[in-house]
Ligand binder design. Structure first.
Ligand code: NAG
Ligand code: NAG
Ligand code: NAG
Length: 510
């Protein structure tokens, strides 16, 4: 009797070890399609998937600082997803049902998780409701695994703070090359996906914050047309440029996530009503098609924008090879293009972005007022908190120069209106004119260069992994287009990805 029990226990133990090992093998780098197949073949459960990621976060997060909080209810949500799948509930058979998602910590959730933009200033704030995109994620059966780290306040507090730094988790680390800039501000969203701490994540972009960390961490990032995804419940910089988008290991995964989060939201009514017009009737999946590059007209700038963080000649030469691959796949490259007003657009980097400063104050004050509870109700309160906190904790904080400049503004006055007019003109007679005159499907830029051109006009862009430099540091390539051109950009990005398959996971840490 005793023998049998022991034998049975041993067998059970052996079985569970095998299950863990085989599922680990399967989960790293697994795509949503592969995970769903494993669900259907009873080789994996959502609960097993979540448990795997929680273990990986416990192991890797002390090194990478990519996650701020893990959702205490994630396993419960996974169990519910598993039950729904067992019961053959209709929604459980497609999309992102049962798939764990990490959210950048500026995206609100009405649950046990805090929403703080990485700052202690918001730790006691209570949000009124889920962000619009979170509501949609829950409806599609996704599992909210937790909150990802970010450059504090989406890098709109301090111009001297490094990318990926915030007060709560401190400096995030690039999993490929520890000394390389992990970029931001959606730093943790990028790292967690790259290092297999989650299946997919959401980031936000105002100017480069999805595209740039995607490039630096070898993942796919989609920066949607402003208004295609709701910004309600997102700690704002400016509604004129803010957008929420997928950060994933493959274009296909990113398209699954995009499908789930696009669409109308009454709490971001005007923008999402306009944005909804761009959504294809049966979604974006059909644009993942072989031969998607055939006949596409792609524009190349005469000079690469000079603010690229990676200016290695060897890397730039590799782009010449990439351009050849695009041509071989049937794309038509239009070279030596120039954008009128490009210098004006770059000048915005030198603190000349007058409009954004004023818009930020208005938008942040509105966000803080809308909270159910919060000791801080205005930008002025946040600035005062930061000053007091630094003294109290006897820590050297990065200066809050961007906050201070914003606090000095007083609504949209004469100067701001002029700046806004300039921005509209720069888009209309710059990027839009270039795209239409050359009948371009996309503008192609190395890394995430060109993100500012896309930012000021609310245009979409997709970054796809494009290789590694001689130190193993990743870099991507960005395809940007006119408003609502996501279907075309997806065809191009998918075409490039399938022709190259550059993405590889970072070196394993044990
Ligand atoms: C949210 O913040 C509070 C501190 O105010 C903390 O006790 C709690 O654990 C946090 N929630 C999670 C899920 O980490
Ligand atoms: C990048 O390199 C080019 C030529 O190799 C140079 O003209 C440009 O100034 C460099 N940019 C930066 C940011 O170093
Ligand atoms: C707008 O553009 C004009 C002409 O380029 C320039 O002189 C002016 O300084 C700009 N104004 C603002 C507020 O950016």
């Amino acid at each position: 009797m005793k023998m049998i029990t022991t034998g049975f226990l041993l067998a059970a133990l052996f079985q569970s070890i095998v299950a863990i090992q085989s599922s680990e093998f399967m989960i790293r780098e697994a795509t949503i399609d592969e995970i769903r197949t494993a669900f259907n073949q009873n080789k994996l459960t959502s609960k097993g998937l979540v448990e795997f990621y929680i273990k990986e976060i416990e192991k890797l997060n002390p090194i990478y600082k990519a996650v701020i909080e893990v959702n205490p209810d994630a396993i419960l949500q996974a169990e519910k997803a598993d039950q729904e799948r067992k019961a053959n509930s209709p929604k459980s058979s497609f999309g992102i049902h049962g798939i764990p998602v990490l959210l950048k910590d500026n995206i609100a959730t009405k649950d046990k998780l805090n929403t703080t933009a990485g700052s202690y200033a918001l730790l006691k704030s209570v949000v009124p409701r889920d962000a619009g995109v979170v509501k949609k994620l829950r409806e599609s059966g996704a599992i909210i695994l937790g909150k990802a780290s970010l450059s504090e306040w989406a890098h709109f507090r301090s111009s001297s703070a490094p990318s990926g730094w915030n007060a709560r988790t401190k400096q995030a680390v690039n999993p490929y090359v520890a000394t390389m800039d992990p970029c931001g501000s959606s730093t943790g969203s990028a790292i967690s996906v790259a290092a297999n701490m989650v299946t997919v994540s959401l980031g936000t972009e105002t100017d480069g914050s999805i595209l740039s960390p995607s490039s630096a961490n070898s993942i796919v990032g989609i920066k949607p047309t402003v208004g295609l995804t709701s910004r309600s419940g997102v700690i704002p910089i400016t509604p004129r440029q803010d957008t929420v988008g997928p950060m994933c290991r493959t274009v296909t995964d990113a398209v699954y996530l995009l499908n789930a989060i696009v669409g109308f939201d009454k709490f971001d009514e005007v923008a999402t009503k306009k944005g909804s017009k761009y959504i294809p009737k049966d979604g974006y999946l059909k644009h993942l098609r072989p031969g998607g590059l055939k006949g596409k007209r792609l524009g190349l700038m005469r000079t690469y924008p000079s603010f690229g963080f990676n200016n290695d000649t060897e890397t730039l030469n590799n782009f010449e090879k990439h351009f050849s691959i695009l041509r071989q796949s049937g794309a038509i490259l239009i070279e030596n293009l120039e954008i009128t007003n490009i210098n004006y657009i770059y000048s915005l980097f030198n603190g000349e972005d007058i409009a954004m400063s004023a818009e930020f104050k208005i938008a942040l004050n509105a966000y803080l007022k809308d909270l159910v509870a919060s000791p801080l109700r205005s930008l002025a309160d946040v600035i005062a908190f930061n000053n007091k906190y630094a003294k109290l904790e006897k820590i050297k904080e990065y200066p809050q120069d961007i906050f201070l400049a914003a606090e000095m503004t007083n609504g949209i006055g004469v100067l701001e209106k002029e700046a806004l007019k300039n921005l509209t003109k720069a888009s209309k007679y710059g990027f839009e004119k270039l795209m239409r005159e050359n009948k371009l499907d996309a503008l192609v830029t190395p890394y995430s260069d060109g993100s500012s051109v896309l930012a000021i006009g609310g245009y979409p862009g997709i970054n796809v992994p494009a290789g590694y430099d001689k130190y193993g540091g990743p870099y991507g390539i960005t395809f940007g287009g006119l408003k609502g051109s996501e279907p075309t950009l997806i065809e191009i990005a998918y075409g490039f990805e399938q022709a190259t398959k550059f993405r590889k996971p970072p070196p394993v840490k044990e």
